[in-house]
Design a protein around this ligand. Structure first.
Ligand code: AFP
Length: 327
């Protein structure tokens, strides 16, 4: 629902009023969300000045995923790690860019949280001024298990998830399990202002988003879907950055996919840093997110924090159309 009542609600006041509604809230989650909002402003500023400060391009290393790291991947990762490390309620931080999770607070405290993030998703878009984003997922820390085990929880256990899109505006999209709210950074005052509350994804839209360059190595069902969609007036939109593509689909409807390919039989996208948080947002907005014709992404029991999963997510009707071709 767009904000039409002239309310001026900042992300900060939204978080605090959410907290006030929870009977046993301690304020810990609110502190973490506000740390993410500060990190988002800092990363946004770095992205916007990147060309001027000469921080575009590759560092020359590969990250744990075997992908070349951009200088801004490293900057965004450092910002998030430094800001989250200073918050009491954080037990463990896991980043797509680091092989091992970083243990911050007391490991055995189930009042604390684990934060997983992809600091700068789609970073190869940076050199051409395309949209990039940060994706985050928040889980409750588990006591009595090792830090790695504490992280290995299915997406259904997420207490909050969201993304920040650094596009023509900076957008913060958040769910704490009670619908999806969207905020735009007002650069004049440095605050995220709420623009959508209880956002609902359109039920259908004839639009698909996938890397069609891989078409010949998709399983047959996806190729059949593409043939069907192209014979039925669908259009194709693909930014090559999941945050930008899923943001468009949340607002306009359609389906986003990253299917298995010969080169990447489990798909390319990371379950815990990309697929789970985006699935929580899509489902909270009334959409659907699965990894094959039957199974929800959020039900996957992870065995490795860096594991990958095929992704089909978006408007319920459009996801069902894809599924009908996979059976
Ligand atoms: P980068 O962060 O390496 O640019 O990867 C982005 C991403 O993980 C995701 O945001 C895109 O949807 C997907 O990869 C694009 O992958 P293809 O380049 O294979 O289409």
């Amino acid at each position: 629902m767009p904000n039409t009542d002239n309310e001026m609600i900042t992300l900060q006041s939204h978080i605090l009023s959410n907290e006030a509604r929870q009977e046993n809230a301690t304020g810990t989650l609110s502190w973490i969300l506000s740390a993410l909002s500060i990190s988002a402003k800092m990363i946004s500023a770095s992205v916007r000045r990147a060309r001027l400060e000469d921080v575009l391009g590759e560092v020359g290393n590969e990250n744990i995923q075997g992908e070349s790291q951009q200088k801004l991947d490293v900057i965004a990762n450092d910002i998030l790690l430094r800001i989250l490390a200073a918050r009491d309620g954080v037990a463990i931080v896991a980043s797509e860019e680091n092989e091992e999770p970083v243990i911050i607070g007391a490991e055995d405290d189930d009042q604390k949280y684990c934060i997983l993030f992809d600091p700068l998703d789609g970073s190869s878009n940076l050199d051409v001024c395309g949209g990039v984003g940060t994706i985050f997922s928040i889980l409750r820390n588990r006591s009595g298990v090792s830090p790695k085990e504490s992280l290995l929880q299915p997406g259904t256990e997420q207490v909050a998830a969201g993304y920040i899109l650094y596009g023509s505006s900076t957008i913060f999209t958040l769910t704490v399990g009670e619908g999806v709210d969207m905020f735009v950074l007002d650069p004049a005052i440095g605050a995220f202002m709420r623009v959508e509350t209880n956002l609902q994804i359109p039920k259908a839209n004839k639009s698909y988003s996938m890397n069609e360059g891989n078409r010949l190595s998709f399983p047959q069902g996806y190729q059949d879907y593409l043939h069907w969609a192209q014979s039925n007036g669908y259009s194709s939109r693909y930014a090559g950055a999941m945050v930008a593509d899923v943001h468009r689909i949340l607002l306009k409807g359609g389906v986003f996919m990253y299917p298995p390919t010969e080169k990447a039989p489990a798909g390319k996208l990371r379950l815990m840093y990309e697929a789970n948080p985006m699935s929580m947002l899509i489902e909270q907005a009334g959409g659907k997110a699965v990894y094959d014709s039957e199974n929800r992404i959020q039900d996957v029991q992870p065995t490795d924090i860096h594991q990958r999963v095929p992704v089909i997510m978006g408007s319920a009707d459009e996801v069902n159309q894809v599924i009908s071709h996979l059976k």
